[in-house]
Design a protein around this ligand. Structure first.
Ligand code: LLP
Length: 422
């Protein structure tokens, strides 16, 4: 069920009419449905309920807004963080330290120190030099750091090249064939406690087969480690399950299909399974609400120029991603158009030759499925404001991040005195 629906001809987010939000907050603005996120979190939890105390750690990078994290924390989700900043956000949202996983290839000493001081479930280490640094830091703090090695299973995730992470040439994890040697070498380092292994092969996966291969390889690696005498208590299966962007395509596997596959593959592993979903939880729970600035004639199709741009939602420019676009209050009729933003780049395009609701200047539109990897990847290119974020919960809604406009950015910048003219 979608939490963004037409009611009496006007798109609502839950019980809030989008034009009301646009009037009050201005456009472009991201609008999130709290209940859509809760529904996804509950569906995944139900799908994994046969497992022994699984930890669902939301990938904070997908949507780091603290209000969003608070909704998910109250649903019992933990957090997968990849920076000191994300760690702080997870804690600010009330996520308990023992529900926080720390991933990422480039953790710095300062980030390791902060997470160790604050506490966490485990660091997912991506190289041996990283283990050496963490060992030094843990020893200097008189702490023991819980760690897992993220392994690279050399699987083709079948997703866009820029969001596939599990092939041998990708920068992520240690080659799975080196896991035994790495864990053996870990015995020589103080201050670390090996918990298990982790894997994450990519994002927006639309088939379970690559995940199955990766999980099966992870299981084999765990068995080898146990044979070597290591106690393995966790296995982190990462995130990556895809969602539906284009309703005309077959939907990706459901949480239920995924849960059944995981249960089947991990039977008898005798570990706590950890999960790092991002997009699955938040992706379909958000839209980018935008206003048509003007329609401009084009050679092939007219351009619908909207007030959102690639700096607000970069996915179409960066990954050729397809997002559904619709009028907030369709007036009847259709048009075929390119939907573009105002940024001075030919790549600032949301849709090409798209069949759309007929719109004109001043009409509101929604760019759907913008709850994950959208506001979080926004920038201010062309000196554009950072779009605000609104959270809707039933009939209630609130600004959860105000618009940060150019005045605020100007105030941050400093002209050194030696450049000032007399
Ligand atoms: N765990 C790790 C270690 C990750 O790197 C990621 C995503 C996740 C979990 C969550 O993956 P998800 O369940 O959301 O697929 N900006 C891109 C997606 C980049 C994903 C990066 N890592 C996009 O807009 O499609």
């Amino acid at each position: 069920m979608s939490f963004f629906q037409l009611r009496e001809g006007v798109t609502h987010c839950e019980d809030a009419p989008l034009p009301e939000i646009a009037r009050a907050v201005g456009t472009p603005v991201f609008v999130y449905s709290a209940n859509a996120m809760r529904a996804q979190a509950r569906a995944l939890r139900a799908a994994l309920s046969g497992l022994n105390d699984p930890l669902i750690a939301f990938a904070v990078k997908a949507n780091p807004n603290i209000a969003v994290l608070t909704v998910l924390a109250k649903e019992g989700l933990g957090a997968d963080v990849v920076s000191g900043g994300e760690y702080l956000r997870a804690r600010a949202a009330g996520i308990a330290p023992d529900r926080i996983l720390f991933s990422g290839v480039g953790k710095t000493a300062a980030e390791m120190r902060a997470a160790l001081a604050g506490g966490l479930c485990q660091f997912n280490l991506e190289s041996f030099p990283e283990a050496e640094l963490l060992s030094q830091i843990a020893l200097s703090m008189g702490r023991t750091a819980p760690v897992a090695f993220r392994v690279n299973p050399d699987v083709d995730a079948g997703s866009h090249a820029k969001i596939s992470t599990g092939a041998a040439h990708n920068k992520f994890g240690i080659p799975i064939g080196e896991a035994r040697a790495a864990c053996e070498a870990l015995r020589g380092l103080g201050g670390l406690e090996l918990k298990g292994l982790a894997v994450h092969i990519g994002s927006q996966l639309t088939r379970l087969a690559p995940l199955e291969t990766a999980i099966a390889r992870l299981g084999e690696a765990i068995a080898l480690l146990r044979a070597d005498g290591h106690e393995i208590s966790t296995a982190d299966l990462g995130g990556g399950l895809g969602i539906s962007y284009d309703p005309s395509l077959p939907p990706p596997p459901s949480s239920e299909d995924y849960g059944a596959m995981v249960a089947r593959l991990t039977r008898g592993w005798d570990v706590r399974l950890l999960f790092e979903p991002g997009r699955l939880i938040a992706g379909d729970a958000g839209v980018l609400l935008t206003e048509v600035v003007r329609i401009k004639a084009g050679v092939a199709n007219p351009f619908v120029i909207v007030d959102a741009a690639m700096n607000d939602l970069v996915r179409p420019s960066l990954y050729d991603a397809w997002h559904e676009i619709a009028a907030v209050a369709p007036k009847g009729g259709e048009m075929v158009a390119d939907v573009v933003g105002p940024v001075c780049e030919s790549g600032d395009v949301f849709a090409v030759a798209r069949r759309l609701d007929r719109v004109e200047a001043g009409d509101l539109m929604v760019i759907r499925t913008a709850g994950a990897y959208a506001a979080t990847m926004a920038g201010t290119y062309n000196s554009r404001a950072l779009a605000p974020e609104v959270l809707v919960d039933g009939a209630d809604w609130a600004i959860v991040r105000p618009r940060r406009d150019t005045q605020a950015f100007l105030a941050d910048e400093i002209v050194p005195p030696w450049l000032e003219r007399a």
